[in-house]
Design a protein around this ligand. Structure first.
Ligand code: PHE
Length: 463
């Protein structure tokens, strides 16, 4: 195949680029990217931390105003430029080439540590499939796993190989097909586990806490947390939506597709909340702080909750399979973004690019994964290696990238360019909302996230 071949910076081969088969393929792939660890683990724990129902309400409002506008912008930049993030900005305005570099840097930092977490998920899945739910619930199980270099390295190696194999098959046969199979399975499993969780004795308190807004819990910090979560969950500011937008056929409606992705992502976040919050409430006797364990929620608290249930191995295996499906469809999107940049910019053949990126990501993943054993003495700004990679992307680079993207749209190319691109494939009903968000609201809020998360990390303020 001639895919992606061509001289550096030569766009004459554009027509040979990969594309999704159509709107549905795009929606499933983008929803696969959006639905990830962010929905299943991060959203329920943030919701519990920030007052339950009120967080959910704020989150939903943000997704359909702010998130919507940024997602439209990124997809339109991708489709308009017909290329991946590294070159997309440069192609639309030469002066903004540097933003392409930032957009590529973010996935390059996220991919290695996401692969490490993918490896942990594999290990837990194996534990439940082999009937060791009680052992997995032990206090030291998670710590022991992290302290065994060979176990974590094996997990992340297998996980990375899955990603390589899928991407080798291309955008339609690999990315799109895997999402078409895994996303429906994920929905069915999530609904089944949440029904089970809601019917546990004592779970209704958790359902009420999560779904009924209590306005006395409203605070600016919950708005900022909801906004940060929204970025992460919708896979914004990581270059992914630019790469996927560049694969979207011109005749497919951008506006309708973006609405579907958001609806789907939010639906899964809500279902995940219903899966986890009521179960933890039932287990802890109604204490929301039991959810407030950061990463420990998924790998330490939930295994204890599962172990206390009848059919613990089945529920645990179903849950970790679901998490694996969500994680894989996200990590392959972030790897695809890097592969697309390598193909488009350097003219490398796709398969070679997949192997190159896969091997480099695998090597880079040694750092975060061995951060709990061999490199346990290494601390950067007080973070261990994996947490630092998470912090620098989520709290610093992603807000910077989205702030610059807003400025790029309003100053660098003008909102009209994006609007024209959206209009090629149908009406742009929320055009006014888009303009106000991108020009005024988003830059202010994103700057607030950036400042507050950095200050919080350095202990200047506490949320
Ligand atoms: N949207 C993803 C999630 O919710 C975020 C993500 C995508 C992270 C791709 C890494 C890679 O988990």
């Amino acid at each position: 195949m001639l895919l992606c071949r061509g001289a550096k910076g030569d766009y004459t081969m554009e027509k040979k680029r990969n594309t999704f088969s159509g709107g549905l393929g795009f929606v499933l792939a983008a929803a696969g990217s959006a639905v990830g660890l962010g929905n299943i683990w991060r959203f329920p724990y943030l919701a519990a931390k920030h007052g339950g129902g009120i967080f959910l309400l704020v989150y939903i409002i943000l997704v359909f105003t702010f998130g919507y506008s940024l997602m439209i912008a990124e997809n339109a930049i991708g489709r308009r430029s017909g290329t991946s993030p590294l070159d997309a900005f440069r192609k639309l305005n030469k002066k903004w080439a540097f933003l392409g570099v930032i957009s590529l840097l973010i996935p390059c930092i996220i991919l290695p540590y996401y692969d490490v977490i993918g490896g942990w998920v594999l290990k837990y899945l194996l534990a439940y499939l082999t009937g060791t739910a009680q052992a997995a619930a032990g206090d030291s199980y998670f710590g022991d796993m992290l302290a065994q270099p060979w176990v974590v390295l094996a997990g992340q190696t297998i996980y990375t190989l899955f990603n390589i194999v899928i991407l080798m098959r291309g955008v339609q046969k690999g990315v799109e097909r895997v999402c078409t199979v895994l996303m429906p399975i994920l929905v069915v499993l999530a609904i089944a586990i949440s029904v089970y969780s809601i019917t546990l004795p004592g779970a209704m308190e958790g359902v009420k806490y999560f779904l009924i807004p209590d306005f006395s819990h409203f605070s600016i910090s919950s708005v900022l947390a909801a906004m940060g979560q929204m970025f992460y969950s919708l896979s914004l500011a990581m270059g992914i939506m630019i790469a996927y937008g560049s694969y979207l056929p011109k005749e497919s409606s951008l506006e309708k597709n973006v609405s579907k992705i958001e609806l789907f992502d939010t639906f899964i976040a809500v279902i995940a909340g219903l899966m986890i919050i009521p179960a933890v409430f039932a287990f802890s006797g109604g204490d929301p702080s039991a959810l407030n364990k950061g990463p420990g929620l998924m790998f330490q608290t939930l295994p204890k909750v599962f172990a206390s249930m009848p059919l613990s191995n089945v529920v645990g295996a179903a849950f970790f399979f679901l998490v694996l499906a969500a994680a894989i469809t996200s990590s392959m999107s972030i790897m695809e973004t890097i592969v697309a940049c390598v193909c488009d910019h350097f003219g490398m053949a796709r398969k070679k690019a997949v192997i190159l990126v896969g091997v480099l990501a695998w090597l880079a993943s040694f750092l975060p994964s061995l951060g709990y054993s061999v490199f346990s003495g290494v601390q950067i700004l007080g973070f261990d290696i994996l947490d630092f990679m998470d912090f620098i992307t989520n709290a610093v680079l992603m807000p910077i990238c989205s702030l610059l993207t807003c400025l790029f749209v309003s100053i660098g190319i003008g909102v009209k360019v994006i609007e024209q691109e959206v209009c090629i494939s149908g009406e742009f009903k929320r055009r006014r909302l888009f303009e106000v968000m991108i020009k005024y609201v988003a830059p202010v809020f994103v700057s607030a996230i950036l400042i507050s998360s950095v200050l919080e990390a350095f202990g200047v303020i506490a949320f």
